[in-house]
Design a protein around this ligand. Structure first.
Ligand code: GLN
Length: 332
């Protein structure tokens, strides 16, 4: 997935802070220019309405933990949030019912299998394994007290504005999501779904059909980088503990079966969606929201991944990178 090495991109040493604002803005523009012409990947078509997406669109947004916003390219283009909603619904559920319940009912380990796998459920005695694959996401949505209204209100608080439903995508997915309906029935047969399967799939499909922009994604995920406080609206959306736990799950499972490769190259909690969005979160610093509809085989945006790899390196975001402290001291 990351065959082009980035040796020409200077690796910024970890400082605990982002570079100054003009430098962040410049590096964002640089990453956008570098990948805007990349045409690898295909638009998702298993949801018929998504096949009509404009594959030329490409937007990069970065919102710092103090609310400072940087934009490059098509950051105001609307698209449906799809699986990225799973991250924010998980945060709401953790906030409402806590760490232990999510661990027990859903799980937090990677399946190593595609996001819509049915086999993963059978291989794991009906455990959905984690809240980022469809089975786990449907089970997680069912745990949120308040149903659709709570999902809609919660995701809107993350975005700092009332998000609208894309009725066309909702209809298109509802008419064709036999696989998700099968998954919900299977969860029910294992006693793992806290609600009626048709209803839970309906709420889940609605949450996936909420319309966002790359800028919205950056604001929403910057809230996860800022201990649950939306840095633009100043509202405390969820607790800092709920953010911490959400980011741990995103690190392990956010990019599905390619999560290991993602960490190896980028080193950040992240989540993708089949309409082409990605969020990548640098705790305490800020977050990236990217949009480009061309996807790799796991359903992750190709340009979005490359841009995140570039920015993780150039902005010094990789969580696993360190510089030898003793050496820094010795060198003065
Ligand atoms: N709504 C989509 C589905 O359930 C979301 C999948 C995704 O974005 N990976 O299939």
């Amino acid at each position: 997935m990351f065959e082009s090495p980035l040796e020409d991109v200077p690796q910024r040493a970890l400082t605990g802070d982002l570079p100054d604002e003009p430098q962040v803005a410049r590096l964002l523009r640089e990453a956008h220019a570098r990948y805007a012409g990349l045409d690898e990947g295909t638009v998702a078509d298993y949801i018929p309405a998504l096949a009509e997406a404009d594959s030329a669109l490409f937007g990069l947004a970065l919102v710092e933990a103090d609310g400072t916003t940087h934009l490059a390219g098509d950051t105001a283009a609307p698209f449906t949030i799809q699986s990225i909603s799973k991250a924010f619904v998980l945060a709401l559920v953790l906030d409402a019912i806590g760490h232990e319940a999510v661990h027990r009912v859903v799980g937090v380990n990677n399946t190593g299998l595609p996001f819509n796998s049915v086999i993963a459920l059978e291989l794991n005695q009906g455990s959905p394994m984690n809240p980022m694959v469809n089975a786990g996401a449907i089970a997680t949505t069912a745990l949120l007290p308040g149903g659709w209204l709570a999902v809609h209100e919660g995701l809107s608080r993350f975005a700092g504005r009332s998000l609208e439903l894309d009725e066309r995508v909702l209809r298109s997915e509802s008419e064709t999501n036999h696989r998700n309906q099968g998954i919900a029935d299977l969860l029910t047969s294992y006693g793992r779904l806290a609600g009626r399967p048709e209803e839970m799939v309906e709420v889940y499909t609605r949450q996936c059909s909420l319309r966002v922009t790359a800028e919205d994604l950056a604001v929403m995920s910057a809230t996860l980088a800022d201990g649950g406080l939306n840095p633009v609206t100043g509202e405390q959306v969820v607790t800092a503990e709920a953010c911490r736990d959400t980011l741990a799950v995103l690190a392990a499972c956010g990019m599905y079966e390619l999560s290991g490769e993602w960490q190896f190259e980028i080193g950040l909690p992240a989540k993708s969606g089949v309409s082409g969005g990605i969020v990548a979160i640098a705790p305490g610093k800020g977050a990236l929201g990217t949009f480009s509809p061309l996807l790799d085989r796991a359903g992750n945006s190709v340009r979005g991944q490359r841009a995140c790899a570039h920015l993780s390196r150039s902005l010094g975001l990789n969580l696993f990178a360190s510089a030898p402290r003793g050496k820094a001291h010795r060198d003065g």
